[in-house]
Design a protein. Structure first.
Length: 414
Protein backbone atom coordinates (compact mmCIF):
# COMPACT_ATOMS: atom_id res chain seq x y z
CA UNK A 1 0.00 0.00 0.00
CA UNK A 2 0.93 3.64 -0.37
CA UNK A 3 1.56 4.87 3.18
CA UNK A 4 2.08 8.40 4.44
CA UNK A 5 3.59 8.93 7.88
CA UNK A 6 3.15 12.59 8.80
CA UNK A 7 5.79 13.61 11.30
CA UNK A 8 9.26 12.06 11.15
CA UNK A 9 10.32 12.29 14.76
CA UNK A 10 10.88 9.69 17.45
CA UNK A 11 7.46 8.11 16.73
CA UNK A 12 7.00 8.60 13.01
CA UNK A 13 10.42 7.62 11.70
CA UNK A 14 10.55 4.15 13.30
CA UNK A 15 7.04 3.45 12.00
CA UNK A 16 7.85 4.70 8.51
CA UNK A 17 11.04 2.66 8.23
CA UNK A 18 9.41 -0.48 9.60
CA UNK A 19 6.46 -0.11 7.22
CA UNK A 20 8.89 0.21 4.32
CA UNK A 21 10.82 -2.84 5.48
CA UNK A 22 7.69 -5.02 5.41
CA UNK A 23 6.86 -4.02 1.85
CA UNK A 24 4.82 -0.83 1.80
CA UNK A 25 5.67 2.26 -0.26
CA UNK A 26 6.17 4.91 2.39
CA UNK A 27 6.34 8.69 2.19
CA UNK A 28 7.76 10.27 5.32
CA UNK A 29 6.31 13.78 5.49
CA UNK A 30 7.66 16.53 7.72
CA UNK A 31 7.45 20.31 7.59
CA UNK A 32 11.02 20.60 8.92
CA UNK A 33 13.08 20.90 5.73
CA UNK A 34 16.40 20.37 7.53
CA UNK A 35 15.09 17.14 9.01
CA UNK A 36 13.95 16.02 5.56
CA UNK A 37 17.40 16.78 4.14
CA UNK A 38 18.99 14.62 6.81
CA UNK A 39 16.64 11.73 6.05
CA UNK A 40 17.18 12.02 2.31
CA UNK A 41 20.92 11.79 2.96
CA UNK A 42 20.43 8.62 5.01
CA UNK A 43 21.23 10.26 8.34
CA UNK A 44 18.99 9.14 11.18
CA UNK A 45 18.58 11.40 14.21
CA UNK A 46 16.35 8.91 16.06
CA UNK A 47 18.08 6.40 18.32
CA UNK A 48 15.62 3.60 17.47
CA UNK A 49 16.52 3.77 13.76
CA UNK A 50 20.07 3.07 12.67
CA UNK A 51 21.25 5.06 9.67
CA UNK A 52 22.03 1.76 7.94
CA UNK A 53 18.35 0.77 8.11
CA UNK A 54 17.30 4.15 6.81
CA UNK A 55 19.73 3.97 3.91
CA UNK A 56 18.53 0.47 3.03
CA UNK A 57 14.89 1.52 2.58
CA UNK A 58 15.96 4.67 0.75
CA UNK A 59 18.11 2.67 -1.66
CA UNK A 60 15.30 0.17 -2.26
CA UNK A 61 12.91 2.97 -3.14
CA UNK A 62 10.44 1.83 -0.47
CA UNK A 63 10.87 5.02 1.55
CA UNK A 64 11.23 8.67 0.68
CA UNK A 65 11.20 11.81 2.80
CA UNK A 66 9.59 15.07 1.75
CA UNK A 67 8.37 18.44 2.95
CA UNK A 68 6.25 18.84 -0.19
CA UNK A 69 2.57 18.25 0.57
CA UNK A 70 1.90 17.44 -3.08
CA UNK A 71 3.77 14.16 -2.56
CA UNK A 72 0.96 12.96 -0.26
CA UNK A 73 -1.50 12.45 -3.07
CA UNK A 74 -2.80 8.94 -3.61
CA UNK A 75 -2.21 7.50 -0.14
CA UNK A 76 -4.06 4.42 1.05
CA UNK A 77 -3.26 4.98 4.73
CA UNK A 78 -1.93 8.10 6.42
CA UNK A 79 -0.65 8.02 9.99
CA UNK A 80 -0.37 11.24 12.00
CA UNK A 81 2.56 11.26 14.44
CA UNK A 82 2.96 14.96 15.22
CA UNK A 83 3.68 16.58 18.62
CA UNK A 84 0.90 17.48 21.05
CA UNK A 85 2.51 19.80 23.61
CA UNK A 86 0.98 21.69 26.52
CA UNK A 87 0.93 25.48 26.47
CA UNK A 88 0.35 26.92 29.93
CA UNK A 89 -1.50 23.77 30.96
CA UNK A 90 -3.72 23.72 27.85
CA UNK A 91 -3.34 21.03 25.13
CA UNK A 92 -1.96 22.52 21.93
CA UNK A 93 -3.39 20.46 19.08
CA UNK A 94 -2.26 22.89 16.38
CA UNK A 95 0.02 20.31 14.80
CA UNK A 96 -2.81 17.78 14.51
CA UNK A 97 -5.13 20.42 13.06
CA UNK A 98 -2.61 21.59 10.44
CA UNK A 99 -1.71 18.04 9.49
CA UNK A 100 -5.38 17.05 9.17
CA UNK A 101 -6.08 19.99 6.86
CA UNK A 102 -3.10 19.04 4.69
CA UNK A 103 -4.06 15.37 4.52
CA UNK A 104 -7.69 16.24 3.93
CA UNK A 105 -6.79 17.97 0.67
CA UNK A 106 -5.40 14.65 -0.60
CA UNK A 107 -7.94 12.34 1.02
CA UNK A 108 -9.79 10.15 -1.47
CA UNK A 109 -12.68 7.69 -1.07
CA UNK A 110 -11.61 4.44 0.56
CA UNK A 111 -8.47 5.86 2.19
CA UNK A 112 -7.72 5.65 5.92
CA UNK A 113 -6.31 8.15 8.41
CA UNK A 114 -4.89 7.01 11.75
CA UNK A 115 -3.97 9.31 14.63
CA UNK A 116 -1.08 8.19 16.85
CA UNK A 117 -0.38 11.50 18.62
CA UNK A 118 -1.35 11.41 22.29
CA UNK A 119 -4.34 13.53 23.27
CA UNK A 120 -7.48 13.59 25.41
CA UNK A 121 -10.38 11.16 24.84
CA UNK A 122 -12.53 12.45 21.99
CA UNK A 123 -9.77 14.01 19.89
CA UNK A 124 -10.18 11.60 16.96
CA UNK A 125 -13.94 11.89 16.63
CA UNK A 126 -14.44 15.47 17.80
CA UNK A 127 -11.42 17.21 16.24
CA UNK A 128 -9.71 15.11 13.59
CA UNK A 129 -12.74 13.79 11.69
CA UNK A 130 -14.50 17.17 11.25
CA UNK A 131 -11.31 18.75 9.89
CA UNK A 132 -10.76 15.89 7.43
CA UNK A 133 -14.40 16.11 6.33
CA UNK A 134 -14.27 19.85 5.78
CA UNK A 135 -10.97 19.73 3.86
CA UNK A 136 -11.96 16.76 1.68
CA UNK A 137 -15.73 17.10 1.25
CA UNK A 138 -15.96 13.42 2.22
CA UNK A 139 -17.80 11.78 5.11
CA UNK A 140 -15.96 9.83 7.81
CA UNK A 141 -17.15 6.25 8.13
CA UNK A 142 -18.91 6.52 4.78
CA UNK A 143 -16.33 7.76 2.28
CA UNK A 144 -13.13 7.34 4.29
CA UNK A 145 -11.97 5.37 7.34
CA UNK A 146 -10.25 6.57 10.48
CA UNK A 147 -9.06 5.52 13.93
CA UNK A 148 -6.63 5.98 16.77
CA UNK A 149 -3.62 3.84 17.67
CA UNK A 150 -1.45 5.28 20.46
CA UNK A 151 2.28 5.26 19.99
CA UNK A 152 4.28 2.98 22.25
CA UNK A 153 8.01 3.40 21.85
CA UNK A 154 9.96 0.32 22.94
CA UNK A 155 12.58 0.14 25.67
CA UNK A 156 15.69 -1.94 26.38
CA UNK A 157 13.60 -5.09 26.82
CA UNK A 158 10.81 -4.53 24.32
CA UNK A 159 11.56 -3.69 20.69
CA UNK A 160 9.47 -1.31 18.61
CA UNK A 161 7.66 -4.06 16.71
CA UNK A 162 7.63 -6.42 19.70
CA UNK A 163 5.60 -4.05 21.87
CA UNK A 164 1.86 -4.87 21.64
CA UNK A 165 0.00 -2.26 19.60
CA UNK A 166 -3.44 -0.92 20.55
CA UNK A 167 -5.74 -0.26 17.60
CA UNK A 168 -9.19 1.28 17.26
CA UNK A 169 -11.52 2.64 14.59
CA UNK A 170 -14.50 4.93 14.28
CA UNK A 171 -16.48 1.93 12.99
CA UNK A 172 -16.02 -1.79 12.38
CA UNK A 173 -14.65 -1.39 8.84
CA UNK A 174 -12.13 1.22 9.99
CA UNK A 175 -10.96 -1.08 12.77
CA UNK A 176 -10.61 -4.00 10.37
CA UNK A 177 -8.42 -2.05 7.94
CA UNK A 178 -6.32 -0.39 10.65
CA UNK A 179 -5.74 -3.67 12.48
CA UNK A 180 -4.76 -5.35 9.20
CA UNK A 181 -2.19 -2.64 8.53
CA UNK A 182 -0.60 -2.84 11.97
CA UNK A 183 -0.76 -6.67 12.00
CA UNK A 184 1.84 -6.55 9.24
CA UNK A 185 4.17 -4.35 11.29
CA UNK A 186 3.78 -5.44 14.92
CA UNK A 187 3.97 -8.94 16.38
CA UNK A 188 0.81 -8.35 18.44
CA UNK A 189 -2.11 -5.99 17.99
CA UNK A 190 -4.87 -5.46 20.55
CA UNK A 191 -8.19 -4.13 19.27
CA UNK A 192 -10.47 -2.05 21.51
CA UNK A 193 -14.08 -1.02 21.01
CA UNK A 194 -13.56 2.62 20.11
CA UNK A 195 -11.19 5.52 19.73
CA UNK A 196 -12.00 7.05 23.12
CA UNK A 197 -11.01 3.80 24.85
CA UNK A 198 -7.67 3.75 23.03
CA UNK A 199 -7.08 7.45 23.76
CA UNK A 200 -7.79 6.94 27.47
CA UNK A 201 -5.67 3.79 27.60
CA UNK A 202 -2.61 5.76 26.49
CA UNK A 203 -3.22 8.34 29.21
CA UNK A 204 -3.66 5.59 31.81
CA UNK A 205 -0.30 4.06 30.84
CA UNK A 206 1.64 7.27 31.30
CA UNK A 207 -0.33 8.55 34.28
CA UNK A 208 0.44 5.28 36.08
CA UNK A 209 4.15 5.95 35.67
CA UNK A 210 3.82 9.66 36.42
CA UNK A 211 1.94 9.13 39.69
CA UNK A 212 4.20 6.34 40.91
CA UNK A 213 7.34 8.33 40.14
CA UNK A 214 5.95 11.26 42.09
CA UNK A 215 5.15 8.98 45.01
CA UNK A 216 8.65 7.58 45.22
CA UNK A 217 10.13 11.08 44.74
CA UNK A 218 8.18 12.33 47.73
CA UNK A 219 9.19 9.24 49.68
CA UNK A 220 12.84 9.99 48.86
CA UNK A 221 12.51 13.42 50.41
CA UNK A 222 10.84 12.00 53.52
CA UNK A 223 13.35 9.15 53.81
CA UNK A 224 16.29 11.56 53.68
CA UNK A 225 14.77 13.59 56.51
CA UNK A 226 14.23 10.41 58.52
CA UNK A 227 17.76 9.18 57.89
CA UNK A 228 16.63 6.14 55.89
CA UNK A 229 18.25 4.95 52.66
CA UNK A 230 15.37 5.09 50.17
CA UNK A 231 17.24 3.02 47.60
CA UNK A 232 17.79 0.11 49.99
CA UNK A 233 14.15 0.31 51.05
CA UNK A 234 12.97 0.16 47.42
CA UNK A 235 15.22 -2.82 46.73
CA UNK A 236 13.77 -4.54 49.80
CA UNK A 237 10.19 -3.85 48.72
CA UNK A 238 10.95 -5.16 45.22
CA UNK A 239 11.68 -8.63 46.64
CA UNK A 240 7.92 -9.09 46.90
CA UNK A 241 6.98 -11.05 43.76
CA UNK A 242 3.47 -9.62 43.46
CA UNK A 243 1.56 -6.43 44.17
CA UNK A 244 4.56 -4.15 43.70
CA UNK A 245 6.15 -2.38 40.70
CA UNK A 246 9.61 -0.91 41.19
CA UNK A 247 9.99 2.82 40.62
CA UNK A 248 13.01 4.87 41.62
CA UNK A 249 13.45 8.56 42.51
CA UNK A 250 15.29 11.13 40.44
CA UNK A 251 15.75 14.86 39.89
CA UNK A 252 12.35 15.16 38.19
CA UNK A 253 10.57 13.95 35.07
CA UNK A 254 11.00 15.19 31.54
CA UNK A 255 10.60 14.34 27.90
CA UNK A 256 7.65 14.41 25.59
CA UNK A 257 5.23 12.15 27.50
CA UNK A 258 5.27 11.99 31.29
CA UNK A 259 5.11 15.71 32.15
CA UNK A 260 2.49 16.26 29.42
CA UNK A 261 0.14 13.33 28.88
CA UNK A 262 -1.52 13.12 32.33
CA UNK A 263 -2.41 16.80 32.09
CA UNK A 264 -4.44 16.17 28.92
CA UNK A 265 -6.91 14.19 31.01
CA UNK A 266 -6.77 16.74 33.80
CA UNK A 267 -7.62 19.52 31.34
CA UNK A 268 -10.43 17.49 29.74
CA UNK A 269 -11.96 16.64 33.12
CA UNK A 270 -11.92 20.26 34.18
CA UNK A 271 -13.31 21.53 30.86
CA UNK A 272 -16.14 19.04 30.42
CA UNK A 273 -16.93 17.87 33.94
CA UNK A 274 -15.77 20.76 36.05
CA UNK A 275 -13.81 18.45 38.33
CA UNK A 276 -10.05 18.21 38.90
CA UNK A 277 -7.95 15.11 38.25
CA UNK A 278 -6.38 15.32 41.67
CA UNK A 279 -3.86 12.51 41.39
CA UNK A 280 -2.34 13.95 38.21
CA UNK A 281 -2.24 17.48 39.60
CA UNK A 282 -0.63 16.39 42.87
CA UNK A 283 1.90 14.24 41.00
CA UNK A 284 2.72 17.17 38.73
CA UNK A 285 3.32 19.39 41.72
CA UNK A 286 5.70 16.90 43.37
CA UNK A 287 7.66 16.18 40.19
CA UNK A 288 7.83 19.83 39.20
CA UNK A 289 9.58 20.68 42.48
CA UNK A 290 12.14 17.85 42.46
CA UNK A 291 14.83 20.07 40.85
CA UNK A 292 14.30 22.53 43.72
CA UNK A 293 14.89 19.71 46.18
CA UNK A 294 18.08 18.65 44.37
CA UNK A 295 19.39 22.20 44.62
CA UNK A 296 18.46 22.44 48.33
CA UNK A 297 20.34 19.21 49.01
CA UNK A 298 23.37 20.53 47.16
CA UNK A 299 23.29 23.89 48.95
CA UNK A 300 23.08 22.11 52.32
CA UNK A 301 25.99 19.84 51.41
CA UNK A 302 28.16 22.78 50.39
CA UNK A 303 27.18 24.67 53.54
CA UNK A 304 28.27 21.72 55.72
CA UNK A 305 31.68 21.94 54.07
CA UNK A 306 31.88 25.67 54.77
CA UNK A 307 31.34 26.66 51.14
CA UNK A 308 28.68 29.10 49.94
CA UNK A 309 26.93 28.10 46.74
CA UNK A 310 27.77 31.52 45.29
CA UNK A 311 31.10 31.18 43.52
CA UNK A 312 31.18 27.38 43.83
CA UNK A 313 31.99 25.41 40.72
CA UNK A 314 29.27 22.80 40.04
CA UNK A 315 29.45 20.11 37.36
CA UNK A 316 26.15 18.61 36.20
CA UNK A 317 26.51 15.16 34.65
CA UNK A 318 23.78 14.01 32.25
CA UNK A 319 21.41 16.69 30.96
CA UNK A 320 18.92 14.65 28.92
CA UNK A 321 15.64 13.64 30.49
CA UNK A 322 16.24 9.88 30.16
CA UNK A 323 19.07 7.35 30.33
CA UNK A 324 21.18 7.24 27.16
CA UNK A 325 18.72 9.51 25.33
CA UNK A 326 19.53 12.48 23.11
CA UNK A 327 16.39 14.41 24.04
CA UNK A 328 16.53 17.51 26.22
CA UNK A 329 12.82 18.33 26.12
CA UNK A 330 11.43 19.23 29.55
CA UNK A 331 14.55 17.78 31.19
CA UNK A 332 14.80 18.64 34.91
CA UNK A 333 18.48 19.44 34.35
CA UNK A 334 17.49 22.78 32.83
CA UNK A 335 15.71 23.83 36.01
CA UNK A 336 18.57 22.60 38.22
CA UNK A 337 21.04 24.64 36.17
CA UNK A 338 18.78 27.69 36.22
CA UNK A 339 18.38 27.59 40.00
CA UNK A 340 22.10 27.10 40.66
CA UNK A 341 23.06 29.87 38.26
CA UNK A 342 20.56 32.15 39.95
CA UNK A 343 22.24 31.43 43.28
CA UNK A 344 25.59 32.49 41.85
CA UNK A 345 27.17 29.09 41.22
CA UNK A 346 29.54 28.56 38.31
CA UNK A 347 27.67 25.77 36.53
CA UNK A 348 28.98 23.52 33.80
CA UNK A 349 27.31 20.57 32.11
CA UNK A 350 28.62 17.32 30.66
CA UNK A 351 26.27 15.59 28.23
CA UNK A 352 27.86 13.07 25.82
CA UNK A 353 24.61 12.40 23.96
CA UNK A 354 23.73 15.92 22.85
CA UNK A 355 23.95 16.20 19.05
CA UNK A 356 26.55 18.59 17.66
CA UNK A 357 25.29 22.14 17.43
CA UNK A 358 22.76 21.81 20.24
CA UNK A 359 22.77 24.83 22.52
CA UNK A 360 22.66 24.20 26.27
CA UNK A 361 21.82 26.69 29.00
CA UNK A 362 25.21 26.06 30.63
CA UNK A 363 28.75 25.81 29.22
CA UNK A 364 29.29 22.29 27.89
CA UNK A 365 32.36 20.34 28.95
CA UNK A 366 33.56 16.75 28.86
CA UNK A 367 33.54 14.69 32.04
CA UNK A 368 37.32 14.36 32.18
CA UNK A 369 39.27 13.64 35.38
CA UNK A 370 40.51 17.24 35.45
CA UNK A 371 37.01 18.67 35.01
CA UNK A 372 35.56 16.39 37.69
CA UNK A 373 38.38 17.16 40.13
CA UNK A 374 38.09 20.91 39.55
CA UNK A 375 34.43 20.98 40.59
CA UNK A 376 33.49 21.85 44.15
CA UNK A 377 30.46 19.62 43.65
CA UNK A 378 29.36 17.11 41.04
CA UNK A 379 25.69 16.27 40.52
CA UNK A 380 24.95 13.03 38.68
CA UNK A 381 21.56 13.76 37.11
CA UNK A 382 21.61 11.02 34.47
CA UNK A 383 23.97 8.04 34.49
CA UNK A 384 24.79 7.65 30.82
CA UNK A 385 26.91 4.59 29.96
CA UNK A 386 29.68 6.79 28.57
CA UNK A 387 30.39 8.27 31.99
CA UNK A 388 33.39 6.71 33.76
CA UNK A 389 31.75 6.13 37.14
CA UNK A 390 34.84 4.72 38.93
CA UNK A 391 36.81 7.77 37.79
CA UNK A 392 34.10 10.09 39.11
CA UNK A 393 34.16 8.33 42.48
CA UNK A 394 37.94 8.71 42.61
CA UNK A 395 38.33 12.28 41.37
CA UNK A 396 35.30 14.15 42.68
CA UNK A 397 35.53 16.08 45.94
CA UNK A 398 31.80 15.72 46.53
CA UNK A 399 29.01 14.05 44.54
CA UNK A 400 25.24 14.28 44.87
CA UNK A 401 24.15 11.10 43.13
CA UNK A 402 20.55 11.27 41.89
CA UNK A 403 20.73 7.76 40.35
CA UNK A 404 22.30 5.62 43.09
CA UNK A 405 25.19 4.56 40.88
CA UNK A 406 28.16 5.75 42.93
CA UNK A 407 29.59 4.97 46.34
CA UNK A 408 32.27 6.29 48.69
CA UNK A 409 32.72 8.76 51.53
CA UNK A 410 32.47 11.67 49.08
CA UNK A 411 29.10 10.52 47.69
CA UNK A 412 25.59 11.27 48.88
CA UNK A 413 22.54 9.75 47.21
CA UNK A 414 19.31 11.57 46.59
Amino acid sequence: MQIVVAGQGYVGLPLAVRAAEVGHRVVGYDVDTYRVQQLAAGQSYVRDVDSSRLRAVLDSGAYSATADAAALAGFDIAVITVPTPLRDGVPDLTYIECCARTLGKHLRPGATVVLESTSYPGTTEELLIPILEKASGLKGGVDFLAGFSPERIGNKRWSFDGTPKLVSGIDAKSLDVIKGFYDGIFQTTVAVSGTKVAELAKLIENTFRFVNISMVNEMAMLAASLGVNIWEAIDAAATKPFGFTRFTPGPGVGGHCLPVDPMFLSWKAQQELGVPFRFAELAADVNRHMPDYVVRRLVDALDKRGMPVRGSRVLLLGLTYKYNATDLRNSPSARVAELLTGLGAEVRGAEPNVPDGTELNVPQVDATPDEVAAADAVVLLMDHPRFDLPMIEKCATYVLDCRNRLSGVNVETL
